[in-house]
Design a binder for this molecule. Sequence first.
Ligand code: LLP
Length: 425
Amino acid sequence: MSALPGAPQLARRAAGLCLEAVPLEALARVHGTPLYVYSRGAMLQALAAYQQPLADRRHLICYAMKANSTLAVLQLFARAGCGFDIVSAGELERVLAAGGDPAKTVFSGVGKQRAEMRRALEVGVKCFNVESESELRTLSAVATEMGRSAPVSLRINPDVDARTHPYISTGLKDNKFGIAHGHALQAYREAAGLPGLEVVGIDCHIGSQITEIGPYLDALDRLLDLVEALEVEGIAIRHLDVGGGLGITYTDEQPPAAGDLVARLLERIDARGHGARELLFEPGRSLVGNAGVLLTQVLVCKTGADKNFCIVDAAMNDLVRPAMYGAYMAIVPCGAQSSAPARLWDVVGPVCESGDWLGRARELAVQEGDVLAVLSAGAYAMSMASNYNSRPRAAEVLVDGSEAVVIRERETTMALFAHERLLPG
Ligand code: LLP
């Protein structure tokens, strides 16, 4: 295992651990901890890996913003030409607030509400990725009421095993997502006949943190079989959306490079004669995951006969992936050098739950007051943060070369209960 797995802009220098040219320990001292820090360069580099092989194709990268929906991050991707994959009206408002283009936005999700559909139609999203026949009927009714036509793609559940964590595997027939492959033709026929709908595409998303190309090719083949069958029936499919899900290196995983994945998909698409269609991708984690770190300060070092606990000021409310999925995320010291002896530590937060851990049995030379970095924390980290234990959410900083700008101020304690009301009398 390399000391700094997967993080392209992270390096150990004389000033300690740096993201781009910014020393992280100093940044933590200035802005406080817990602190999320992202590299602009790493995000754009990850995006370029998708864009390069697609340069001469009609394509759209719809950043799956659930991975990290902070406005400045969205703004960066919007400026770089991205569209967005959204799953709620809240995410749609974030796209608009960040200057993103609704016409480049696809609306996914198994449970869209009528008000959300209305708002998406009002601003003109590119497409609704519809997940059930019931949703088709509701959307048809909502669009008709508004005198609009809703562009739709059906999310196909191809029954392909993405071989990832069960909570983030979405393309198996037992998962709640999408329309069963065997049922799709019938659903498309219904869509084509309903008023207020216009069939424009087909999509799938088979899971997250996928580390092999095979499942993508299998899912693509199933989509293309359907496209061919649909066109025989006179239902035209303008775009193919192959979803997101590409994994990143947290420790020793070796996912394919985005460029290789895209190249292999294009090869298959061309071989089957579908090269002229617009191609959509919905990457989340692979664009931002390894661009970010979570900085945290050591509060208490508690040594014991059986276990040593390193209690830090970040907790499961700041970063839930270890507690929720048993996820491994690397933890490294930020300082230039520590005089403390190396020991095995369980790195845990101050939240009152035994499940509140960030890393287990990690060999670290740490002492109280040190700053640690949790790596690969750009995706599904801040966007999943909560206020459990009435803990304000962390601040966020974006670095670009030697510049660092605050993109989210630390939440205030007052803001936590600003919308609560005491009982009258
Ligand atoms: N498209 C759809 C329809 C999705 O549901 C997702 C993720 C994506 C795209 C983006 O997938 P990505 O490229 O980021 O793998 N919280 C979990 C991951 C949940 C993923 C949910 N859907 C985690 O921390 O591992």
